[in-house]
Design a protein around this ligand. Structure first.
Ligand SMILES: N[C@@H](CCC(=O)N[C@@H](CS)C(=O)NCC(=O)O)C(=O)O
Length: 203
């Protein structure tokens, strides 16, 4: 099984989840603009997970679902009751559908304006910040006084939220200014698997 990633991206969260699940896997750095990688994922995005099927798996949330179901002993997913499953699905939908896209205009402003002057690009970045702050604030509230995103225990949602919140250091308000996210960070940064992924992905 091979995980395609790029440094700093949400694919690192899948990498952490695979480690937490004690899965047998390898990783490959992807050049997402390359023709070669477009054969793996025609959308030219990471993560992609090749488990030897006809095509690689794509979409972070779906990949997390696969890891969770394949490794039930790791208990990285929802509590097994109707409200537990609802809350987990709600959290993952927020992370994949609201949180992640909030950062897209910040990192790819040229996709959101036909004017590619530095001023126009900077204006898109500035405009995106309100939405980023809103999703960061919501995440902070989800964590509350715990160290986790979902029900005060470790799930793939911690890895996903942690990796994506790191992007905030490039915005006017870093994760350090959201007290509950900062507590999640303190706990994640002590985790040996997280440390290994951050080290190996930056190498
Ligand atoms: N819907 C996809 C989005 C994945 C995504 O946007 N990945 C980013 C890295 S965090 C990427 O590959 N960006 C490259 C690009 O869009 O050109 C998912 O949830 O997996």
């Amino acid at each position: 099984m091979k995980l395609y990633y790029a440094p700093g991206t949400c694919a690192l969260a899948c990498w952490i989840a695979l480690k937490w699940a004690k899965a047998d896997f390898e990783v490959q750095k992807a050049d997402y603009a390359s023709a070669e990688f477009k054969k793996v994922n025609p959308l030219a995005q990471v993560p992609a997970l090749d488990i030897g099927g006809k095509r690689a798996m794509t979409q972070a949330d779906a990949i997390f679902g696969y890891i969770v179901e394949k490794h039930p002993e790791a208990n990285l997913g929802a509590d097994d009751n109707i409200l537990g499953r609802f809350e987990y699905a709600e959290t993952m939908s927020f992370l994949t559908g609201d949180f992640h896209p909030a950062y897209w205009p910040f990192f790819g402003p040229q996709r959101y304006t036909v004017d590619h002057s530095e001023t126009a690009l900077d204006n898109v970045r500035k405009a995106s910040f309100a939405r980023i702050d809103r999703v960061m604030t919501y995440l902070d509230e989800l964590i509350g006084d715990s160290e986790h995103v979902y029900r005060n225990r470790r799930t793939v949602a911690d890895a996903y939220a942690f990796i994506m919140s790191r992007w905030s250091v490039r915005t006017p308000k870093s994760w350090k200014e959201y007290p509950n996210i900062a507590r999640l960070f303190a706990s994640m940064e002590k985790d040996a698997d997280v440390q290994a992924v951050l080290r190996e992905s930056a190498a």
